[in-house]
Structures are given as structure tokens and as C-alpha cells.
Design a protein. Structure first.
Length: 116
């Protein structure tokens, strides 16, 4: 549960924001500015919240895809994959990097890669 505490505290106002890590656990829709919303069953961040409903499309968003029903899973807390952590850390907008800005100029959409 120590990881849960570290992940939960990441939302608190602090001078130094905690790093996103494979050792921490995050719940569905845990938000990291610049990286997006965490989808626990998919162990990754996405631009829309987990099971977001789009009334115009009449579809639900989960894990980088759209479906006619919300995604049901017993997994509502997990640790992100190493790749997801690397990308989330690189795309975060809530930390100061110094120098000339971040390494990536695109927006991460999830499993399908960056989209400018």
C-alpha cells in the first residue's frame, strides 16, 4: 500500500512534484497534466478519462479505443508499464524541466503513439 500512498499524494500541492513510477499504483482517472488520465486495466495514460462517454458518437472511450458499452474490469488500480512511465514523465506539464522545454512536442494518445 506504500505505492498507493505515493500515487495518491502526487495530486497534493508540492514544490517538487513526485515522479511517475512503475513502483507506484494509480487508480482509474488519476490525472497527470500533459500525460492525461490513467486507465488502470490498460496500465497507461490517455487523453480522455476512463469510460468517457461521447454523446455525439454515442460511444465510450477506454484504453485508446471506442466501444458501444463502458469497459468493465475488476482492475481499478495498477502500476503503469515502463513505457507508459517514460512517456508520461516526458509529456508532463506540471514540472519545470529548465532549459528549452520538453523533449516531445506532440500529444500522447495512448497505445497508438504521439499525435501532433
Amino acid at each position: 500500500m506504500g505505492g498507493l500512498s505515493a500515487g495518491a499524494l502526487a495530486g497534493c500541492t508540492q514544490t517538487q512534484k513526485p515522479s511517475v513510477s512503475t513502483e507506484n499504483v494509480y487508480t482509474n482517472n488519476y490525472f497527470v497534466p500533459g500525460a492525461g488520465y490513467y486507465h488502470a486495466p490498460f496500465r497507461n495514460w490517455f487523453s480522455l478519462p476512463y469510460n468517457h462517454f461521447d454523446a455525439q458518437k454515442n460511444l465510450y472511450f477506454f484504453g485508446g479505443q471506442w466501444g458501444t458499452q463502458p469497459f468493465e474490469s475488476i482492475t481499478n488500480i495498477s502500476s503503469p508499464s515502463a513505457e507508459a512511465v517514460q512517456i508520461a514523465q516526458a509529456t508532463r506539464t506540471d514540472i519545470s524541466r529548465g532549459g528549452f522545454g520538453s523533449s516531445y512536442g506532440g500529444h500522447y494518445w495512448g497505445g497508438s503513439g504521439f499525435h501532433s
